[in-house]
Design a protein around this ligand. Structure first.
Ligand SMILES: Cc1ncc(COP(=O)(O)O)c(C=O)c1O
Length: 403
């Protein structure tokens, strides 16, 4: 039987496993990276060939069942059928073998009705419609020096998103809040992130949620690099991936494929993020952040929130920026339509704003250098204000975690 480690090795990295087409030509090739490593799929190969027509050929003599077809041998894998304790052992081994930059510290699941600190147990049922239909919503709150930042604003938003997605929350708002605070406490995390999901829950693999009788709530606390570690000016591009229609862009659902593709497109072009324009060509938002500008008239200008996600950080920045107005550093604060021309040519500063990055100065958008090409003083002042707010702001934005 193939060892566990060989089963979890991506096939593209496993020289023993090759593909050939069913007419036994010599053009065998490795399975493309990312293709499921076990079982016959129904996808189409890079060369347009159905994988259903293909056979896996094992060229070495590893101990597996073989049958002869024509002049080629096909084999089936001895995939083990596991007991639940074996499966858990393998989940643990998998976690040990794939440690990323983020540390997963605690998870709450309404499925098991408790909190676990074992990353191997941080799993959700495959029949949860959030997994196979994207019928779930989520939100994130930052943990800063032992406080949850803007917890209530983020909880209000997930409840709003759940309403838009026709998901009945598993618990009322007060209970959701209590679970989140207790999960943060169990994690012992003092600086990190709390991410949480409301879903229609498990039940079946249908499209309709009518067979889901148990809406679910999941939350996870993880530690990442501090968002304030981002401060150097970055480049953005105009995204060629279509923006979500307003009904979906204003809902924070788990359907982030356009956002992912937009981010990947930016990275492929050496940029940090893609900027979406709305259906009228006005500046919209980034894949997980809002956008703001400082105009030549020295106003802070942000696109309307009616067709994009109403960012909790962006809204807080609009309030905090009033301090810069009273200090005479800004002439005013405005939310309205922003044309590309205005953003690119009539602004002295551009910045990205979100809970993952806080305030990040943009120094280039496509080929256009923004302002004088250096990080701006208003972006820096807003970053300082939000960090100060996270560390010592009012109780309306800081909820203490009782460790
Ligand atoms: C599409 C999108 N826009 C904006 C934001 C910024 O929102 P917030 O400041 O609440 O993190 C996010 C956050 O994830 C987002 O996904």
């Amino acid at each position: 039987m193939a060892s566990f480690s060989s089963l979890i090795t991506p096939i593209s990295q496993n020289p023993k496993i090759l593909l050939t087409n069913s007419n036994h030509s010599n053009c065998s090739k490795a399975i493309p990276h990312g293709f499921p490593s076990l079982g016959f799929g129904f996808g189409v190969s890079q060369h347009g060939r159905s994988f259903k027509q293909m056979r896996r050929i094992v060229t070495s003599s590893i101990n597996q069942n073989e049958a002869l077809v024509g002049n080629s041998s096909i084999q089936t894998f001895d995939i083990p059928v596991l007991t639940s304790s074996d499966a858990i052992e393998r989940l643990k081994a998998n976690r040990e073998n794939h440690k990323g930059k983020q540390q997963f510290l605690a998870m709450y699941s309404s499925i098991f009705g408790g909190i676990t600190t074992d990353p191997a147990a941080m799993v959700i049922p495959i029949d949860d419609h959030m997994v196979h239909r994207g019928h779930g919503v989520f939100d994130t709150a930052a943990i800063m020096e032992g406080y949850l930042y803007e917890l209530d604003q983020h909880v209000n938003r997930i409840i709003r998103s759940a309403g838009m997605a026709k998901i009945t929350p598993a618990f009322d708002k007060e209970t959701l809040r209590r679970i989140l605070i207790q999960t943060a406490s169990a994690s012992k995390c003092r600086n990190g992130s709390l991410k949480y999901w409301l879903s229609v829950g498990p039940g079946d693999f249908q499209l309709s949620p009518s067979g889901c009788n148990q809406p679910t709530f999941y939350a996870v606390v993880f530690q990442d690099e501090s968002p304030s570690s981002y401060s150097k000016g970055i480049k953005v591009i105009t995204s060629s991936i279509p923006i979500k229609p307003p009904q979906f862009a204003t809902t924070k659902s788990v359907n982030y494929l356009p956002n992912v593709l937009s981010k990947m497109e930016a990275e492929e072009q050496g940029a940090f993020a893609g900027i979406w324009l709305d259906n009228e060509g006005f500046v919209a938002e980034g894949p997980n952040m809002n956008v703001a500008f400082v105009t030549k008239q020295n106003e802070l200008l942000m696109p309307n929130f009616d067709k994009i996600l109403s960012g909790c950080t962006a809204n807080r920045i609009l309030t905090l920026a009033e301090r810069l107005v009273s200090e005479g550093k800004l002439r005013g604060v405005r939310v309205g339509n922003v044309s590309v021309e205005e953003g690119k040519k009539n602004s002295t500063e551009m910045m990205l704003i979100g809970s993952g990055i806080l305030v990040l100065p943009v120094i280039q958008w496509d080929d256009q250098i923004i302002g004088n090409g250096a990080e701006g003083s208003i972006a820096q002042a807003l970053l300082n204000l939000i960090i100060e707010d996270m560390k010592s702001g009012p109780p309306s934005v800081r909820v203490p975690i009782p460790y």
